[in-house]
Structures are given as structure tokens and as C-alpha cells.
Design a protein around this ligand. Structure first.
Ligand SMILES: Nc1nc2c(ncn2[C@@H]2O[C@H](COP(=O)(O)OP(=O)(O)OP(=O)(O)O)[C@@H](O)[C@H]2O)c(=O)[nH]1
Ligand SMILES: [Mg+2]
Length: 428
């Protein structure tokens, strides 16, 4: 498969990367530095060594290279001096810009999108994730087949998959192969998505409320679900540890429960074809009743992370749901001023540490509040031959009191609107 060939080839040849950040006129130097730090983390997650970096000040964007041509040549020389085998830029390059860079520097040039796609490809394990990532990568590669440093054209040119048709140039043949593969992956994805829909339908029927844990990558979303549900989802101090959503039941004392789904992390400038390909995975967020938005309080870019996630939630048309804003990793925060500032800026937020357990009870309380938020106070009359419904009432409603009138049990409770129908015939 082209994917495997790409990975092997890349691992063999490329070890050292020279990074290029960008400072636009609207960004301050501090932000440019934070972005470069994030790129360093991405490159580290990718398994490459960052041997040097610089930030380029962008005054006017240039059609040929995005940044000035003199600067590109300078970067190429510096990267070679550092013995780098590739240059990684923290901005998106159009296919022709990428070709121009590679021609000017005589090195492989990788843009931010490709870095993220590469990490996703290395991390995908389930069939659904593998197909989603492969599709996004193929779409990224299709307009880039004439690139000097391309895995796909070389692979198919080497006589790998499907030969060249009569009168067809190598490029046309490559394009045809990639287009066929994209079509094939799209059909495969449809099949897998159907299965997810079935699982989801089952869950919807169970009438338990569902929540999605969303947020920037590496903030502790999986750790939080593990802590709340006793699950053992893979957790790692690297970006994009989770690609597949996991759903677990959490019990909320005294008698409620909800299904919580851990989702793929977001990042600034998430490649659009990746968002498209992950649509069915991201639908876990779209279809949830509420969202727990987790942030890393110790990150210097916490406000930007907030904006990125909110923007993606907006794109997913999910901003109308109740959102619980949570700042995790409070154990790591030394600066008390930050906490005060965030508290003022996000007044409804909750500060927690999954590591120490601090604030988790407050979060659970908040989830309960949200679940009951759209509830109504009702009195229910349960005749003796139907007492078996009582445990269900306890499970889904907030029971405030019970008493007996003859043999009929009278329950005062707050009933979430999602369950009103279920108990309708008992309502007085
Ligand atoms: N100090 C501290 N570290 C934490 C806390 N919660 C999680 N972590 C660490 O943060 C790192 C990321 O945690 P994950 O749970 O994998 O984060 P995630 O948001 O699921 O990340 P992705 O799936 O990669 O998007 C891990 O090394 C965790 O051990 C916390 O409360 N305090
Ligand atoms: Mg995770």
C-alpha cells in the first residue's frame, strides 16, 4: 500500500528537520514563538529531530513561495548546514509553492498540513481511522504528484499498482491510480460509517443522555474519561493519542447516569480534508446532548486553544448545546494570577486536576445540573402492580421525595425533558 511505502521511505531518509515559523503583522512575536513550540511538539510526535529553527517575519505574502525568495534560499542553505534532511514550515503551502520550495532548497519541504496528516497516519489503528486518514492523505497528495519528493508517483512509477495505459504519461497514470484509490476509500468509508450509525442508533434508543469530551489535543480528555468511568483508554503526553471515539457509561450519584464519549483532539489549522474525512467520528460531538470542553490550564496558549475548539464546534454546528468549560491540569499551574484571570474571563468554568482528583466532584455536580437543566418538576403516581418502573425513575430523574397514598407510591421528582414521554402516563 502506498501509505506503508511512504512511511518506510521517509523514516529511512529523514531524521533531522529544520523548522520555520512565521510571524505575521497581526501576530506578536510571543504568539509566533508559541506556534513554533507547538510545531516542535508536532515534529517530535512525528518522530523527527528538530535540529534548528527560525521565525520569518512576513510582511507581504509572495505567490511563488509564500515568503520572500531570498529568504527561502537562505533557509535552504542553513538547513543543509545543520545537516537537516527536510524543512518543515508552520504554514500551508499550495502544491506549486511546495514544488518551488523543494526546487530552490533541494530538500524535502513539508508543510503543517502534511505534518498533521503524517501523525494521524502513524496513529491510526482501527479500520475506520485508517481509511479516514488514508483518504485525507490521498486528497492532499493528488495535486502534488509532480513534486520532486513524492512517495506516490515514485511508488506507482516503480511499477507498483496498475501500469501505465497506452498514450498515458506517467503523471496521468499516477493521477488515475490516486483518483481510483480515493473513490475506493470513499466507498469503504461509507460501509464503516454505516456500522457506526447502527451503534449510535442503539445508544440513542437507550434514552440515556450523552455527552462528548472535546478540546485541544493533549489537554487530558482521555484521562478525564478514564477517571470518570474507570475506562483504560490510551493516554500519552504526545499529540493526537486518540483518533477513535470511545464511549463509556458514567454513574452520577445518587441515581443518574450518562454516556460520555472521548473524541479526537483539535488543533489550530486542522487540515480541512481531515475534518471532512473524520466527519462520522466527529458526529459523536454533533449528536451529543452536552459537551465538556477541556483545556490545559498550564498552557500559555490556553485562550487560543479555547478559540480553536469553539471555532470547530461552530463548524460542527454544536454551539447551541450546553457546554461545560473545564480547565484541567490545575496541579501544574504555578501562577495563581492565571487562575484568577481565567476565572474572571470564563466565569462558569471549573478547575480540575485529573491527576490529583481535585475538582472532579464539582464537575460531576455540574454535569448533573446540565442533565437536569431542562427538567421539570412533576409528581408521579405509581400503582402497586407497576413498582418495577420506580428504579427507572430513580435512574433518570432527580427524586425529591416519596410517600404512599394507600398502595400508590407518589414520587416528587425533576424529570429531564428527554424522559418525560417515558413516564408520561404516571404524571399527575
Ligand atoms: N499534570 C497533569 N497531567 C495530566 C492531567 N491530566 C492528564 N495529564 C497528562 O496529559 C497528557 C495527555 O493526556 P491525554 O488524556 O492523552 O490527553 P488527550 O486530551 O486525550 O490527548 P489527545 O488524545 O492526544 O488529543 C498525558 O501525559 C496525561 O498523563 C492532570 O490533571 N495533570
Ligand atoms: Mg485522547
Amino acid at each position: 500500500m502506498a501509505e506503508t511505502v511512504f512511511k518506510i521511505e521517509k523514516k529511512k531518509k529523514i531524521e533531522n528537520a529544520y523548522l520555520v515559523g512565521i510571524e505575521t503583522s497581526s501576530d506578536e512575536a510571543l504568539i509566533a514563538n508559541e506556534h513554533l513550540d507547538e510545531l516542535r511538539e508536532l515534529v517530535d510526535t512525528m518522530g523527527l529531530k528538530c535540529i534548528g529553527s527560525e521565525i520569518v517575519k512576513l510582511r507581504q505574502s509572495n505567490a511563488k513561495f509564500y515568503i520572500g525568495s531570498g529568504k527561502v534560499e537562505e533557509i535552504g542553505l542553513k538547513a543543509k548546514e545543520f545537516n537537516a534532511q527536510c524543512i518543515i514550515v508552520d504554514f500551508d503551502l499550495s502544491p506549486s509553492q511546495q514544488r518551488n520550495w523543494e526546487a530552490a532548497c533541494k530538500l524535502c519541504v513539508i508543510d503543517r498540513q502534511e505534518v498533521i496528516l503524517d501523525i494521524f497516519a502513524a496513529r491510526a489503528t482501527t479500520r475506520e481511522a485508517v481509511i479516514q486518514v488514508a483518504l485525507a492523505r490521498m486528497e492532499y497528495s493528488l495535486p502534488r504528484l509532480t513534486r520532486a519528493w513524492t512517495h506516490l508517483s515514485r511508488q506507482s512509477g516503480a511499477g507498483g499498482t496498475g501500469g501505465r495505459g497506452e498514450g498515458e504519461t506517467q503523471l496521468e497514470a499516477d493521477r488515475r491510480i490516486v483518483q481510483n484509490r480515493i473513490a475506493y476509500l470513499k466507498t469503504e468509508l461509507k460501509e464503516v460509517t454505516k456500522r457506526r450509525d447502527v451503534q449510535r442508533a442503539k445508544r440513542t434508543k437507550s434514552s440515556v443522555m450523552t455527552g462528548a469530551i472535546a478540546g485541544y489535543t493533549n489537554v487530558g480528555k482521555s484521562s478525564l474519561l478514564n477517571a470518570l468511568s474507570g475506562a483504560s483508554i490510551f493516554v500519552e503526553d504526545k499529540l493526537f493519542a486518540t483518533l477513535d471515539p470511545t464511549t463509556r457509561l458514567i454513574n452520577l450519584p445518587p441515581s443518574q447516569s450518562a454516556l460520555l464519549t472521548d473524541t479526537v483532539g483539535f488543533i489550530r489549522k486542522l487540515p480541512h480534508n481531515l475534518v471532512e474525512a473524520f466527519k462520522s467520528t466527529l458526529e459523536e460531538v454533533v449528536l451529543s446532548d452536552f459537551i465538556i470542553h477541556v483545556m490545559d490550564v498550564s498552557s500559555r496558549s490556553v485562550d487560543e486553544h479555547y478559540k480553536t475548539t469553539m471555532l470547530l464546534l461552530k463548524e460542527l454546528k454544536s454551539l447551541d448545546k450546553p457546554i461545560i468549560t473545564v480547565f484541567n491540569k490545575i496541579d501544574k499551574l504555578e501562577n495563581v494570577v492565571t487562575k484568577a484571570r481565567l476565572r474572571a474571563q470564563y466565569p462558569e468554568s471549573i478547575f480540575i486536576s485529573v491527576r490529583t482528583g481535585e475538582g472532579l466532584d464539582q464537575l460531576i455536580k455540574k454535569v448533573e445540573e446540565v442533565l437536569l437543566g431542562d427538567s421539570q418538576f412533576c409528581q408521579l403516581a405509581i400503582p402497586p402492580d407497576q413498582y418495577d418502573i420506580v428504579s427507572k425513575i430513580y435512574k433518570h430523574c432527580k427524586v425529591l421525595g416519596t410517600l404512599f397514598e394507600n398502595d400508590v407510591m407518589i414520587i416528587s421528582a425533576r424529570i429531564p425533558s428527554s424522559h418525560k414521554k417515558l413516564f408520561e402516563k404516571y404524571i399527575l
